[in-house]
Design a protein around this ligand. Structure first.
Ligand code: SAM
Length: 472
């Protein structure tokens, strides 16, 4: 290990935000060794001094450190919402062009995917309707983006007809046609420190913030605040959104998708001392002395109810819960437990009713959304189930049961690629939970048991089925 690696870590984080968590130190170490030997120096102190003064050398090192994984039409639901909902809406309100930025664009697939979709939609008017930009910190990868020449690896999940329409095959490379290529402009920009202007209507910043720590992500939000139009929308990757909710930009939800927009007041909120990715906790009213004892009583009844549910003594559990609800008709935990018991008894309408009562008080209750997803699933309302599970996944990316049931719903809807992807995520989360590398980040307060071994088996089984079908 490079002896002064901590100094390199600080320099890189200060300049571009990349944070080398413990597990990623190996990458930094290997990159430093590579650059030092290419430069012909063995002293890491000398190399550090060089790095401080030479932007060329810094960029060379950076190219070895950035993770440029990307592909066409990645997480396509967001591209759909941008192209089918937001761009038409903006164009309905004012004349074009709508300005779109793919920030942390890597080799350009995201920006070009948007351009392709918008070209399909607007045809000749495409040039006037939209302006598409990509930016990245890595100069080498930007050269690749500008070339727009890709291997088949970039086309995971792309319809072959679409590929034939917009690319010319050259050996085992695919060259993007100029009508799309010329539409995207690429810029070298450090998204943490620089503000591309004029403002953008839509910013996609997906799969970038995962490499930043909390402090950097918060700074980034202040930057984004100045780059986003008043009515604009900022999207993070599916699993990143909630970890980016600092109250600087306002979180909004449309058609089951979350994005950030400008807050109503233009006043920039003060930096909060600490951040919690968990959403709004409902405000609990101050308790009067007499309420304290009844609330303690409620807590005891809830405990008794939970013990009964664990033993599958549902009638008894219901008695405890109805006692709680007699005292406090809005008691959220009691309503959640009531919904879960109804689910166990296959009374799905009751489950949905209880869950909706919870959501009326706390629109961010992931427990209520999970119950609704399960209730819809058992009633064969697959699309509604998908919408609810997706919301849970957005809010609680580590909660594997939501991923698992989402995968099941995709499979039932014959959406095989998303299904495969989601089973894989479930397995990863299950493994992380088994290896205890996630703490209790994935906990929901739901009295339902999901035995990990059975679910692991089911995921592996489904993935094996897909593999054997692909091989046929
Ligand atoms: C994993 S890729 C994401 C590509 C694409 N957005 C997607 O979702 O498929 C992350 C990219 O973020 C870029 N990046 C990292 N730090 C950055 C910064 N401070 N400013 C701009 N780009 C940055 C990296 O160079 C890398 O190309």
């Amino acid at each position: 290990m490079i002896p002064n690696i901590a100094a390199f870590k600080t320099l890189i984080k200060d300049r571009v935000g990349l944070h080398f968590f413990n597990g990623m130190e190996g990458l930094l170490n290997a990159a430093l060794h590579q650059r030092m030997s290419e430069w012909g120096k063995e002293s890491s102190e000398e190399y550090y001094e060089k790095l401080c003064v030479s932007t060329i050398e810094f960029d060379k090192l950076l190219s070895l450190l950035t993770i440029n994984e990307t592909y066409f039409f990645r997480e396509p639901e967001v591209l759909d919402i941008v192209c089918d909902l937001l761009v038409p809406r903006i164009l309905g309100q004012r004349s074009g062009p709508v300005r779109i930025l793919s920030a942390g664009c890597s080799s350009g697939e995201e920006a070009y995917s948007l351009a392709i979709k918008l070209h399909q939609k607007y045809r000749e008017a495409f040039a006037q309707c939209v302006e598409i930009h990509g930016c990245d910190i890595d100069t080498k990868i930007l050269d690749k983006a500008r070339m727009a020449n890709y291997s088949s690896y970039s086309f995971r999940g792309v319809d072959s007809l679409l590929q034939q329409t917009y690319f010319t095959c050259n050996g085992n490379q695919f060259q993007l046609h100029d009508v799309i290529r010329n539409k995207v402009q690429f810029h070298r920009s450090n998204i943490v420190k620089e503000q591309l202007q004029p403002k953008f209507d839509i910013i996609l910043l997906r799969n970038v913030s995962i490499y930043f720590d909390v402090e950097t992500r918060r700074l980034l939000h202040f930057n984004l605040l100045t780059m986003l139009e008043y009515d604009g929308a900022l999207f993070f990757g599916n699993a990143e959104t909630l970890a980016n909710n600092f109250g600087i930009l306002k979180l909004k939800q449309e058609h089951g998708h979350f994005y950030f927009c400008q807050p109503k007041t233009s006043r920039v909120p003060a930096l909060a001392a600490s951040v919690s990715p968990r959403m709004i906790t409902p405000v609990i009213p101050a308790k009067t002395p007499s309420r304290v004892s009844s609330s303690q009583q409620c807590d005891n009844w809830i405990k008794s109810a939970l013990l009964c549910v664990a033993d599958k003594r549902f009638a008894e559990a219901e008695d405890w819960i109805s006692q709680v609800l007699t005292i406090d008709i809005h008691h959220q935990e009691a309503l959640v437990i009531k919904g879960a018991i109804a689910l166990e008894k296959c009374e799905f309408e009751q489950t949905a009713l209880s869950a909706k009562q919870v959501l009326e008080q706390d629109e961010w209750s992931a427990e209520a959304k999970m119950l609704l997803g399960l209730a819809m699933m058992w009633q064969q309302h697959t699309q509604q189930a998908i919408a609810w599970f997706k919301q849970v996944v957005y809010q609680q990316p580590g909660y594997w049961p939501a991923h698992y049931y989402l995968a099941e719903m995709y499979r039932q809807s014959e959406l095989y690629r998303p299904a495969q992807r989601t089973y894989r995520i479930t397995l990863q989360l299950l493994n992380a939970e088994t290896n205890n590398t996630m703490g209790n980040a994935c906990a929901l307060r739901l009295p339902l048991s999901f035995p990990t071994n059975s679910f692991r088996f089911l995921c592996e089984h489904q993935l094996a089925q897909f593999t054997s079908q692909d091989g046929q």
